[in-house]
Design a protein around this ligand. Structure first.
Ligand SMILES: C[S@@+](CC[C@H](N)C(=O)[O-])C[C@H]1O[C@@H](n2cnc3c(N)ncnc32)[C@H](O)[C@@H]1O
Length: 383
């Protein structure tokens, strides 16, 4: 969770206590059509640049959480370029819930779903360390991991991969084929491919072409392996119709039915209250637009959205306040509460209810891969 996007929660709560937030409807300053269409103007380039930069905010938040003991991630620091800055306790709690919620869904996919191998595609992966953490946790599971991001971000990731033996030693494969040594990559490489780990340098919008241009080839992406797509604060930066086309490319071209495919999304919700409006205008000052936030403002919209993409066998959604309360065990809550002082429980609730995890799946076969994986995971009722 990035400090810059979060409104001043004390002021917001004070104004809530004093009466309902003023000015309903479209947040001020938000254009009717936001960015990430297919045009290529200077202002689009500046916006893309701002979006690429959000990854270092995410990396810094992860490091803050790791250093305080919220998360165990020996790799987070290796990718962060910003000096380690301790985030506010509220933000650390938010990052903790975000990461552990996605970990829960990924873990259940890897441990309960019957089919093997399993494929994970992280959209807008940035400096995410999940692949390396999974290699430690499931050394014998055949996971084929793919990350997609803009070339600037994939190049930076590869530089770190080459620089740190803790990272490149994780690339050995559980399959019989030896992976290419990342140290042998040319300077300024933007892609890496192996039977286990793949970094694709790609603007996701190139998967949403309107003409008959074939979708770009993604080496080692298997059309018939059960696949989990992850979008942790990525698709939110694109226009809703573009996102629909990107997902159609995955569901119809890259992994056509009956391959089981699921999507897990983490992103903000509730744009129309005081918190939401302030978050949006804070981000606009950094030239960051969140088009799908207005299209899918509530949990019900997120579920409907997943259905419309073709995740026809199950759709679920919960905000992170619910996830903190329902998914995290009492012992773990106690451990987290002991890490640093947090008095602002009302502020924490307000923050956590403005982010959600939504997950949907198409099982496409007899094995009910995702239904079995996520059977016990609680979702939030509407209302
Ligand atoms: C907020 S960061 C999140 C990074 C990572 N998923 C995490 O949660 O730590 C958003 C990432 O999405 C990437 N992204 C946004 N739009 C993209 C696009 N059109 N194509 C490829 N990557 C994109 C950005 O470059 C950035 O790395």
């Amino acid at each position: 969770m990035a400090a810059q996007e979060i409104p001043n929660l004390k002021t917001l709560l004070a104004s809530r206590r004093g009466g309902p937030p003023r000015g309903r409807g479209r947040p001020r300053g938000l254009p009717h059509t936001a960015h990430q269409g297919s045009g290529s103007t200077t202002s689009d380039a500046l916006r893309d640049n701002a979006v690429r930069g959000t990854d270092q905010d995410a990396a810094g938040s992860r490091v803050s959480c790791v250093e305080l003991g919220y998360l165990h991630d020996p790799y987070a620091r290796l990718f962060a370029t910003q000096a380690a800055t301790r985030r506010l306790p509220l933000l650390n709690r938010g990052t903790y819930v975000r990461t552990s919620a996605i970990d829960t869904l990924v873990d259940n996919f890897l441990t309960t779903a019957p089919a093997t191998p399993k494929q994970i595609v992280s959209l807008g992966a940035g400096t995410d360390t999940r692949f390396f953490r999974l290699r430690d946790k499931y050394p014998d599971t055949h996971i084929v991991y793919h990350e997609i991001d803009f070339p600037t971000n994939t190049a930076a990731k590869l530089v770190n991969l080459q620089r740190h033996p803790q990272l490149h030693s994780k690339l050995s494969s559980v399959s019989s084929k030896a992976p290419p040594n990342p140290l042998s990559l040319p300077p300024a490489a933007t892609t890496y491919h192996s039977p286990t780990y793949n970094i694709h340098s790609l603007d996701l919008r190139s998967l949403a072409s309107d003409d008959d241009t074939p979708a770009p080839m993604l080496p080692n992406l298997d059309p018939s392996t059960p696949t989990l797509l992850l979008s942790e604060m990525c698709l939110i930066y694109l226009q809703a119709p573009v996102v629909s086309k990107i997902l159609a490319t995955f569901l119809q071209t890259y992994m056509p039915a009956p391959t089981p495919v699921a999507l897990v999304l983490y992103e903000p919700i509730l744009p129309n209250d005081a918190f939401g409006r302030t978050m949006i205008s804070n981000l606009l000052t950094r030239n960051i637009h969140l088009p799908t936030l207005l299209t899918y403002p509530e949990l019900g919209d997120q579920r409907q959205r997943l259905r419309s993409y073709g995740f026809s066998d199950g759709v679920r959604a919960a905000d992170t306040r619910f996830i903190w309360r329902d998914w995290v065990s009492e012992a773990e809550k106690e451990r987290v509460a002991g890490l640093e002082m947090l008095d602002e429980h009302e502020e924490l609730d307000l923050l956590l209810m403005h982010y959600c995890v939504a997950w949907g799946w198409r099982d496409g076969g007899e094995e009910h891969v995702f239904e079995r994986a996520w059977k016990g995971v609680g979702e939030q009722e509407d209302g």
